[in-house]
Design a binder for this molecule. Structure first.
Ligand code: SF4
Ligand code: SF4
Length: 368
């Protein structure tokens, strides 16, 4: 039996749906409802998927998941009416398919844009069928029901826009000013973030809540640093000083080697890539590069350090260390709950490794 009439069986379908639904904050029970709706062919919005200045890595990361159900699921949820990477058609046939999809589904289709758009010299540096990317994106966006920019290139320019940016490459929101563009940055974007957005749109006809850069809050509402598995080492003041040192081998915090996690909003630390646990940069021992932030990736040098948002508990928390002679049982109790992980991690780590607890000199903010 298949949930969708394709090779995805119902168990796989519900499993993948459940992961995506959990990431957008919808109840698990919705997965079964969506499976039924897909089986009845009730969902299937037309999707036009455009490719411009890019490496196609975002499409590849979607198609090459270790569990193929994810790509099949997305392709089952939608009717992919135009996609240069996956199309068998080419040339005039492909152009005709694009025009037909736009005409038949005007005002309803989902436009997915992958890749940056060159704007310099009237956009002549990227042309398809004799028309510039600028012309194509304006024409297709004007009749779209929803617009999604997938990957850092489409979201704000990504690699093609790195200095000196000879083609004037930029992202879809900058070209389509005044229109709502959902951005799913990442290099590549995590396919589950696309799936969560598409699931919400096809099931409820709405877009997820977005931040001021158009990113869905369900995926980009927190920093990598907030959910990083190495966070206890940061709090304990244990930092890799250089690649290959003892701290690196022990899995300590990568802040001093240039980790951008404290200033990068994304859910990579929770939803790893390819459905392989630990398959993300910090998981394999490299600092976060900040690829979901327009001001970081391809702008700030890879191993430069960044400022830390909220480096310490807010002032409103009870003091972690009570002043000598003024110990309040309430404050101490609350501090035990709030600061237990902070102090406990440092104390236990230092005991385990036979070193002194971290001092103020270990504070990364003192690093220049
Ligand atoms: S965002 Fe990165 S992975 Fe995606 S198309 Fe651009 S360069 Fe490739
Ligand atoms: S600085 Fe980077 S490696 Fe260290 S805890 Fe934060 S996100 Fe993780």
């Amino acid at each position: 039996m298949t949930a969708t009439g394709s090779t995805v069986d119902r168990r796989d379908f519900i499993r993948v749906c459940t992961i995506a639904l959990a990431s957008i904050g919808l109840p698990y029970a919705a997965a079964a409802e969506i499976a039924q709706a897909v089986a009845r062919k009730k969902l299937k919005p037309s999707v036009i998927w455009l490719h411009f200045q890019e490496c196609t890595g975002c499409t590849e990361s979607l198609l090459r998941t270790s569990h193929p159900a994810l790509a099949e699921l997305i392709l089952d949820l939608i009717s992919l009416d135009y996609c240069e990477t996956l199309f068998a058609a080419a040339g005039h046939q492909a152009e005709a398919a694009l025009q037909k999809a736009m005409k038949d589904n005007a005002g309803k289709y989902v436009l997915v844009i992958e890749g940056a758009i060159p704007t310099k010299d009237d956009g002549i540096y990227c042309q398809i069928g004799g028309r510039t990317a600028l012309e194509i994106v304006h024409e297709t966006a004007d009749k779209a029901g929803a617009i999604i920019a997938i990957g850092s290139c489409a979201s704000w320019g990504g690699i093609p826009s790195a200095d000196p940016n000879p083609t004037g490459a930029t992202g879809a929101p900058m070209v389509l000013k005044g229109k709502t563009v959902v951005t799913i940055p990442g290099c590549p974007a995590n396919p589950y973030n696309l799936l969560g957005t598409v699931l919400q749109y096809v099931t409820f006809g709405t877009l997820p809540a977005l931040d001021d850069k158009g990113r869905p809050k369900f995926a980009y509402g927190r920093t990598i640093h907030e959910d990083c598995p190495r966070r206890a080492h940061f709090d304990a003041g244990r930092f890799v000083q250089k690649f290959g040192d003892e701290g690196h081998r022990l899995g300590w915090c990568l802040y001093k080697t240039g980790c951008k996690g404290p200033a990068t909003h994304a859910n990579c630390s929770i939803l790893n890539f390819g459905e392989v646990i630990g398959a993300w940069p910090i998981g394999i021992g490299h600092p976060c590069y900040g690829c979901t932030e327009q001001t970081l990736a391809f702008r700030v040098a890879m191993h430069d350090t960044v400022d830390i948002e909220r480096p310490m508990p807010p002032d409103t928390y009870p003091p972690i260390r009570a002043a000598q002679g003024h110990i309040s049982p309430i404050a101490t109790g609350l501090a035990g709950v709030v600061g237990g992980a902070l102090l406990g991690a440092g104390y236990m780590a230092s005991r385990k490794l036979g070193e002194k607890p971290p001092s103020e000199e270990d504070d990364p903010r003192k690093e220049t």
